[in-house]
Structures are given as C-alpha cells and as structure tokens.
Design a protein around this ligand. Structure first.
Ligand SMILES: *Cc1c(COP(=O)(O)O)cnc(C)c1O
Length: 390
C-alpha cells in the first residue's frame, strides 16, 4: 500500500459486527473465557489484550498505522509528545551514562535533557546541531544517546540526520529524532539512520487541535528490549478515545500536510518580499542556510515559516495583534493558522543569552500554516503589515 492508502485502511481491526469506521474500544480491561486463557495471556502464549495500560485495540490500530507510514517495525503510542520524548530518552540510559543533544529544542525537551536527566546521574552535552564537529567532540565512552529535532523550533534550522547518525553509531550510541516539524510525510529519519523516531501526535497527526498524543517508533528488537517494560510499568498510555481521534486524523494527513506546505512556501516568499520583514526563513527557499541539505533530506519544506520583523518586539506584537484570521497560539500543525512570538512564549524561560545563541530575536515570529484559503491568509498578513505604519 502507498502511504495515502495505508493511512485510510492500514492496521484496521474489524470486530464481528463488521463496522467500517474503526471501533472505539473504551475499556480498561478485558474478560477471559477461562482461567487457563488468562494464564496463557499473561505468559505471552496468547497475544490477546490484558489491560489498556499495556495495550488496547484502538490504540493498537493507531500504532500499526503509524508503523506503515513510517516504515517502522514497531510503535508505542503515548499520552502526549512529551511522554514519548521522555520515555524514548529514559529507555536508552541509566545513571552514569551520557547524552549528546542539539541545543535548539522544543522547550520541554530541553528541560528533559538539561534538567531531568542530570538529576538521575545522566550527564548531557548540548551542541550546535548544524556543526558535525561538535557532535564528534562531545562523544565520551559513556555516551548512549544522541537527540535532535530537525527542522528546529522556532528557527527552522536543518540538521544532517545521516551525518549525525554516523557519529552516533561510531560511538555506540542510539540516535533519537523528534520529527514533529518535518511531519512523517516529508522526512523519513529511519532512511538516514535514526534508531528511534518520536512524534507529538498532538500536532499534524491530529491536525484539528483536539487532543494530545505521542508515538515512539523503532525496530521490534529495540522496543522489546528497552521500551516495552518501561511503558507498561510506568503508564504514559494513550487514551483509546484519543487514539481513535488520531486514527481519523491520519486518514487526512497527506491532504492536509500537502496543502499546508504549499501555503507555507508561498507565504514565505510573500513575507520575504515585504519591507517590514527583515528576513523569512523556510527550509526550501534558496536563501535558507541549509536549503541544499533540506532538499536532500526532506520531500517538502514543511508547514511552518519563521520570520523577523523590523522594529523588534513592538513591531512583532503590533503585527500579530492586527491579524484576524491567523490566531495567536503557541500550537502548530492545526487546521487553523497560528502565530507565536517565541521570545515571550515558548522560549521565555531561557536567559536572553541562550535565546541569542539560538537566533531567537525579539522581532521573530513563527507562523504555522492551516487549511484556510491562501488568498485570505495573504490578505490577513497584508492587514498586519499595514498596521505597522498606522
Ligand atoms: C509539541 C512538541 C512536543 C511535545 O508534544 P506534546 O504533545 O505537547 O507533549 C515535542 N517536540 C516538538 C518538536 C513539539 O512541537
């Protein structure tokens, strides 16, 4: 099955009623036909379901569909993207180990690597993800995991997954890639050597702003050996209801991502040509510093645009406040177009020097393109630009 077909039909488990739409199994546990059957299931001799913290038919359908999309052997769904990132990270380390991570991370991911892991005796080195020499230099004999996001949030920097995977593997470490900004359709980290791929399904996979969810994908062996028990016993399980919403989201994912990517590319060009905008960053624009790498590694430039207003925070706020269709929200991947000012929201927690190091200026705005008509979006942005001179 090609991706669009797999996303509609893949992984379906039909009950004896033959329901066409995937069933929502809103149940905590499962009844066994006999004590012997219960024993067999607990021994792993019978693959049936036991308890929804371990697995659930609706959740299993979502996991199977994600495997088909990603070309992975196994997947485990989680209650949020952060549950996926945290479990993926914890699954690879123990006290005394070391992690190397790109510095440009989603705020909560930065908390996990910079503050949480060290509390349990796992040291972390943060590097400039675009500089392969820094990844190499950071390696120690205790290094067990590399972590990165590409494109990054909010600066849309693009990192060379293949080159970084090679450094990780030479060091005997696993590479974990948070692939949210690229979406599973536009970038295939396993093809470039990633060992674990994680998503916040909250973003494009739901795509309509309804529920949180996450997923971790890897080889069957890696899941069995490092993640299976961790997830079962600690319980960051995805609710069957949310799994059902996300399954339905997957059916329309290719249509939505294609439309959002087309809008993002056009709006990046539009913004780059405006006097009030000092620069617009989009991975597939020729003036993006890693455009050649982006075109090698990605099938499209993605659904987000990052740009800088002349006039700093004041201009950025004035512009955002004047928008009517585009909403001010730190979320992304939604059907609704969303704009955020990273310096005062998602990256507010960082010291000004840390923000500067990540290239997050006071005039920077991040725009996540939704499904609205492109003409309406451009008119809304023109409206915002006119407010600057008012
Ligand atoms: C949103 C996001 C997360 C966290 O996901 P939640 O579902 O909000 O927990 C992690 N990484 C990236 C890149 C994200 O955009």
């Amino acid at each position: 099955m090609k991706p669009a077909t797999a996303l509609v039909h893949g992984g379906s488990l039909r009950s004896s009623f033959g329901e066409l739409s995937e069933a929502l199994y809103l149940t905590q546990s499962f009844a066994y036909p006999s004590a012997e059957a219960a024993e067999a299931r607990f021994k792993g001799e019978d693959p049936g379901f036991i308890y929804s913290r371990f697995s659930n038919p609706t959740v299993a359908m979502f996991e199977q569909r994600m495997c088909l999309l990603e070309g992975a052997q196994a997947a485990r769904a989680t209650a949020s993207g952060m549950a996926a990132v945290t479990a993926a990270m914890l699954s690879q380390v123990r006290a005394g180990d070391h992690v190397v991570s790109a510095r440009a991370l989603f705020g909560s991911c930065l908390y996990v690597v910079e503050e949480l892991l060290p509390r349990f005796g796992v040291e972390t080195t943060l590097v400039d993800g675009a500089d392969i020499a820094q990844w190499k230099k950071a390696v120690r004999k205790e290094t067990k995991a590399f972590f990165l996001e590409t494109p990054t949030n909010p600066g849309l920097e693009v990192y060379d997954i293949k080159a970084i995977a090679d450094v990780a593997h030479e060091a005997g470490a696993k590479l974990i890639v948070d692939n949210v900004f690229a979406t599973p359709l536009l970038q295939k980290p396993f093809e470039f050597g990633a060992d674990l791929v994680v998503y916040s399904a909250t973003k494009h996979i739901d795509g309509q702003g309804r529920c949180l969810g996450g997923v971790i994908l890897a080889s069957q062996a890696l899941i069995d050996e490092t993640l299976h028990n961790l997830l079962r016993q600690t319980g960051p399980a995805l609710s069957p209801f949310n799994a059902w919403v996300l399954l339905k989201g997957l059916e329309t994912l290719p249509l939505r991502v294609a439309r959002q990517t087309e809008s993002a590319a056009r709006i990046a060009d539009f913004l780059a040509a405006q006097k009030g905008v000092s620069r617009a960053l989009y991975p597939f624009r020729d003036d993006h510093p890693q455009a050649a790498l982006a075109k090698r590694q990605m099938l499209g430039g993605g659904t987000l645009v990052c740009f800088e207003m002349r006039g700093g925070k004041e201009a950025a706020f004035k512009f955002a406040n004047a928008l009517e269709i585009i909403k001010i929200s730190n979320n992304l991947g939604d059907a609704k177009s969303l704009i955020t000012h990273p310096a005062t929201t998602t990256h507010q927690r960082l010291a000004p020097e840390a923000r500067a190091k990540l290239g997050i200026s006071d005039g920077m705005l991040r725009l996540s393109l939704g499904l609205e008509d492109i003409d309406d979006l451009i008119e809304d942005l023109e409206f915002g630009l006119r407010a600057l001179s008012a």
